[in-house]
Design a protein around this ligand. Structure first.
Ligand code: MV4
Length: 506
């Protein structure tokens, strides 16, 4: 087993990884940029090493500096977390050359899944269903010919990378020519490669992904699926396990798992990985991409399987065998995760960096918080503004939603805007409650009645503010509380604090 691991990341995921290392008796080295010198992950690690200035290219993305930090600290392995260098095959290879173990898959597996047309080809050969499409269209005439065959609407996608960049929905032959040029331009901009291919469009798809673990001896198991359809601008917002859609189509469940295991086996995968699928309302599913890293939403899988995925990653990287069979993986209850971002829901979810004046996160049965932020800390503008992941587990989905609702009403973050209020509204949406959420849900908007139910009236908010002005914060909370409609005490206190904090911050 490793003696010392360098955590090549920041924020909540660095904290998450350090905690598991501590449990395993492995020493940790944090790295940090100038603006992260006083961050929580730096404080929790056994050692810390400065790697440069705030821009990611100067610090967390800088291969030479990260490797220098690993050598000088004599770390024997590097955990890359997610984002930054986690899916960079050159980095994985550079680690190998330096004799530092990269806690992740072989560089070749990262590389082959990074090129989307190559990934589709490999998966198709392995018998994994892929969306009908072209290998790679050379010109718009070829694309039009294909679209004519499978029928509109079609999707144009960048060959070099995923995440929705360079993606264009084309609804008719008349739109193809201009969409083709736009998609190529966007692909070139985002990936330095204008290559584009065509797929049949799946309408109102769900994003369902399967977590797998593979050891370096050829053993592969799955840990069930996650539903990640709730997204905004290709950013996941809320994830859950199991998927309500898969629950509703029990006959596809085993096929989905078999496809994920076949995908991993076909490319000689090792370590933790995720196979993403598009699933239509009838439960037909198609390979989308493979993520060759630990994912942000891994906690929901940990909650329903009782597995520590980071621990498994470390064990696998150390050459150990999985040591358990598929049958030994047990699934219990339901888990949801809210990604709490420093963003302003009232300003089109613009980033809202700044100093956190007050932060109180919920706890209690079935609640899990992963956060790299804390009271007094300044959320930097240079990185992903995720400040906390708020998860709830319960025996059933409705009970997990009830727990989450309670936890959300307890949560208070002031000084910056966050998406907490958005999640409070979401919990009241009847479609969400029914598990009826495809990838277009947020674009269509939360039910306005849900937002009305979770937000105090204008008069109540005004009364709260006036009370704050007149009486100072302590007594004001009581006065304002009396002005609010009768609701649960949790909700009332949470909101009053928010109103008061927002007001006094200005
Ligand atoms: C699609 C699709 C419909 N049909 N492909 C968006 C991100 C990229 N990774 C793939 N994406 C999509 N590909 C076909 N053939 C719809 C989407 C899509 C989507 C997928 C997953 C999660 C959210 C999404 C939001 C909009 C569109």
């Amino acid at each position: 087993m490793f003696r010392k691991i360098l955590v090549a990341n920041r924020g909540e995921i660095a904290v998450r990884i350090i905690r598991t290392c501590r449990e395993m008796g492995i020493a940790t080295v944090a790295i940090y940029s100038d603006v992260d010198r006083e961050a929580k992950h730096v404080r929790l690690a056994d050692e810390a090493c400065a790697v440069g200035s705030a821009p990611p290219a100067e610090s967390y993305l800088n291969i030479d500096r990260v490797l220098d930090a690993a050598s000088s600290a004599r770390a024997d392995a590097i955990h890359p977390g997610y984002g930054f260098l986690s899916e960079n095959p050159e980095f994985a290879q550079a680690c190998e050359r330096k004799g530092v173990k990269f806690i992740g898959p072989p560089a070749a597996a990262i590389r082959s899944m990074g090129i989307k047309t190559r990934a589709r080809e490999l998966m198709s050969q392995a018998g994994v269903p892929v969306v009908p499409g072209t290998p790679e269209a050379t010109d718009s005439r070829q694309a039009a010919a294909f679209a004519g065959q499978v029928g509109y609407p079609v999707m144009l996608k960048a060959s070099a990378g995923g995440g929705g960049k360079g993606m264009r929905l084309v609804e008719s032959a008349a739109q193809l020519e201009s969409a083709w040029e736009q998609a190529r331009g966007e692909a070139l901009e985002a990936f330095g490669d204008a290559a584009v291919y065509v797929e049949k469009a799946i309408l109102r798809p769900h994003h369902v992904e399967v977590q797998i673990l593979a050891d370096e001896h050829g053993e592969v198991v799955h840990l069930g699926e996650r539903e990640c359809s709730l997204q905004r601008r290709h950013q996941k917002v809320l994830e859950e396990s199991p998927s309500p859609l898969v629950e509703a189509n029990p006959s596809v469940r085993e096929q989905l798992y078999s496809a994920a295991i076949a995908a991993a086996s076909a490319i000689g995968y090792a370590n933790a990985g995720t196979i993403e699928f598009l699933m239509d309302a009838d439960g037909r599913f198609y390979f989308l991409e493979m993520n060759t890293r630990l994912q942000v939403e891994h906690p929901v899988t940990e909650l329903v399987t009782g597995t520590d995925l980071v621990k498994q990653q470390i064990r696998i990287a150390a050459g150990e065998r999985l040591g358990f069979s598929q049958e030994a993986v047990r699934f219990r209850g339901h888990a949801l995760e809210c990604r709490v971002y420093a963003e302003d829901p009232r300003a089109n979810f613009m980033p809202s960096p700044g100093r956190i004046r007050h932060m109180a996160m919920p706890d209690g049965p079935g609640i899990r918080i992963d956060s790299g932020a804390e009271e007094g800390w300044t959320v930097p503008i240079h990185y992903d503004p995720l400040i906390a992941k708020l998860c709830a587990w319960a025996p059933t989905r409705p009970e997990a939603i009830d727990r989450l609702r309670g936890a959300l009403s307890e949560a208070t973050i002031s000084g910056i805007s966050t998406t907490l209020g958005f999640f409070r509204d979401l919990m009241e949406d009847p479609h969400f409650q029914a598990g009826d959420i495809d990838t277009g849900f947020l674009a269509r908007g939360i039910d306005p009645a849900a937002s009305a139910a979770s937000t105090p009236s204008f008069e109540a908010r005004l009364a709260a503010m006036l009370a704050v002005i007149q009486a100072g914060q302590g007594r004001a909370a009581d006065q304002a509380s009396a002005a609010l409609p009768p609701s649960s005490a949790w909700k009332r206190n949470g909101r009053i604090e928010n109103i008061a904090a927002r007001h006094t911050d200005r």
